[in-house]
Design a protein around this ligand. Structure first.
Ligand code: FAD
Length: 367
């Protein structure tokens, strides 16, 4: 066989899998939707590009050390859909420890100060065991053969009553497709035929992916030296490069860490260069103790093409989130556009992702 015959042979032999609903993306939106549909008669298939499941939820676990949230961490009492889901999944939360005081660095012209924090009237919470516990428990409710990972969706095509879903490895045909990708990523990385309406394409092109540019950093320590009387693990700095840092010890206070954000503009440095900058800033507050860190963790989300893709034009945070066009269906009612950014309430946050899944579930049920 020549090359062309080999390729044609390969395509004719390729199995096309059939589903009632293909969900693109196994992040919080995709998995919550699959969880809600678990008792339905729909034949569901979730196609996820990464080896790892969870998307922007990503807890780094290390034996006998504090786990570090590289992605989503906090929720609040106003996040009622997420709280209800946690309750259903039997997961508990605990309050983020801020301490009574914070290290505050107002400008590079004045030294840092220890300031008294006002009482925490709207506490933030973390999930006991790590945010990835939600993903783990959702997964346990979904049959393993419904999840295909390490396959990237590259194209969607309408064929009569069905949509063809092409990945870099195989093909699916489905009555309904639900994209849970951040809308900008969906628009810029998945080829769709026939084209979606121009207005929708423009909205997706100018919808910001929440936290897509962020750099999460964490340091594990043997002892929580920042919990001393005239110190704090809470840092707010206008000088940087760390603008915010928090105590990140585990719920039982057995394992200790500090975690927060590095200014987004340091994405092009090497890991070692970023670490040096971080240690230098922390040494100002804590002295040489910071050199005794056990492990450094970081994730530069901007460099992850399955979350972030460079915008063609300037896009401001939360721009077009929850837009009315995300509440409609496309390709003759066969394509739904979901994901945290499409939610009309708390878009971009875990609460937005869960609400988006509930919204699609409701709309599928009444079809
Ligand atoms: C650093 C950081 C900190 C955050 N902190 C918080 C916080 O403290 N509190 C909070 O509420 N929220 C926070 N968030 C936001 C929260 O993580 C998101 O709202 C939520 O996880 C989004 O879930 P999602 O399923 O809608 O999208 P995603 O998690 O982005 O899921 C989309 C999935 O699609 C997959 N995918 C991408 N392209 C393809 C393709 N072509 N084919 C197949 N699959 C594909 C991705 O791999 C991913 O798994 C944070 C996010 C980040 C990055």
């Amino acid at each position: 066989m020549n090359n062309i015959e080999t390729i044609l042979f390969y395509f004719t032999q390729m199995e096309i899998k059939e589903a009632d609903i293909v969900i693109i993306g196994a992040g919080l939106t995709g998995l919550t939707l699959a969880y809600l549909l678990r008792n339905s008669n729909y034949n569901i298939c979730i196609v996820e590009a990464r080896e790892r499941i969870g998307g922007r939820i990503y807890t780094s676990y290390k034996n006998d050390l504090a786990s570090i949230e590289i992605g989503a961490t906090w929720l609040g009492n106003q996040h009622i859909y997420l709280k209800k889901l946690l309750e259903d999944l039997d997961l508990d939360i605990f309050e983020q420890e801020l301490g009574k005081k914070a290290i505050y660095e107002p400008s590079s012209l004045s030294p840092y100060q220890l300031v008294t924090l006002p009482p925490n009237q709207a506490p933030s919470y973390r999930i006991i065991g790590g945010t990835s516990k939600i993903i783990e428990i959702l997964l346990s409710h979904i049959s393993a053969d419904q999840i295909i990972n390490a396959e990237k969706v590259i194209a969607l095509q309408e064929n009569g009553n069905y949509l063809s879903v092409e990945t870099d490895l195989s093909s699916y045909t489905s009555k309904i497709v639900v994209s849970t990708l951040p809308p900008y990523l969906f628009q810029s990385t998945v080829k769709i035929e026939p084209s979606l309406p121009d207005e929708l394409q423009q909205i997706m092109e100018s919808t910001h992916t929440w936290m897509g540019e962020s750099i999460k950093i964490g340091l594990r320590f043997k002892t929580p030296f920042w919990k001393a009387k005239e110190s704090s693990g809470t840092i707010f700095s206008n000088v940087g490069p760390i603008p915010e840092f928090y105590d990140h010890s585990d719920h039982s206070s057995n394992y200790f860490a500090l975690k927060g954000f590095l200014n987004n503009s340091y994405y092009s440095l090497s890991k070692e260069e970023r670490l040096n900058l971080i240690l230098n800033q922390l040494k100002k507050y804590y002295g040489s103790k910071v050199d005794d860190y056990l492990e450094y963790e970081e994730k530069v989300w901007r460099l992850d093409p399955l979350t972030y893709s460079d915008y063609r034009d300037h896009v401001i945070p939360h721009q077009n989130n929850g837009h009315r066009l995300y509440q409609e269906t496309y390709l003759n009612s066969k394509l739904f556009i979901a994901g945290a950014e499409t939610s009309t309430e708390f878009p971009g946050y875990m609460e937005g992702a869960v609400r988006s899944a509930y919204n699609i579930f409701k709309r599928l049920d009444i079809r």
